[in-house]
Design a protein around this ligand. Sequence first.
Ligand code: FPP
Length: 272
Amino acid sequence: MHDSDPAGVRRLRALPADAAPPRPDVRADVRLPIVGVAPAVPRHVAVIMDGNGRWAVARRLPRLAGHRAGAQAVRRCIQAAIQSGVEWLTLYAFSSENWRRPAEEVTDLTGLLRHYLRHELAELHREGVCLRVIGERERFDADMRAEFERAERLTVGNTRLKLMVALSYGGRSDILRASLRLAQAVQAGTVDPQLLDEAGFARFLSTDGIPDPDLLVRTSGEFRLSNFLLWQAAYAELVFLDVLWPDFGAAHFADALDRYARRDRRFGARPG
Ligand code: FPP
């Protein structure tokens, strides 16, 4: 069916019907191996913010106090990213699995997120932050979904820092949902599976248009990915910090960047 199409047109056909056209601010070579020393500052940093509960328990405080202190650390992290010249920051704020926590904690966490979106949005906008939510947003109530849309609409033109907040996010769910959308597109005849490559598949993920993370940081001394960005972090440098998230600040961000700068990124290749 696509035999007479130029290659570029074929690639475009491998997009979901409602996909935005390729964006000029997204590098086209996200999956190409670039051998050698990585640029000193990672373009995209992803963070698993862990340790709120332990921070609260250590102080004999309710877990909500830990999450509130965690929200303060989010502000410090965003500031540090801006100051360091990082372009993209993805924060794992609520996983698909977090719905399984006791109802009271889920209510506390979603309430805190709602409060954050309502009260910090103007400041984020002033700072030039463009906010985008990734994850299963339909699992949130209509009020919360309206907050997501309002935040995204207001900040869509900002370029100083692109901030992705992962909410009800799970890497496996992301890949599964992408596969379902792809299957639908194949069925509808808008994608030729013979022509699909990794970049074409990635267009169906919730991170479409976002470059893969260069650096993935996890706090609290745990060494797990916990279902975060499983596809996207394939070549991310991993840094595990021995600090509980509520204590995270500019010095920890700088430490992670410093460790990243000393890594030798080979993407599986070997210099000739
Ligand atoms: C992990 O700590 C953290 C979370 C499940 C939620 C992260 C939420 C925030 C940092 C606050 C709000 C976020 C934004 C974007 C405003 P944990 O409870 O699993 O800690 P533990 O492992 O010590 O129990």
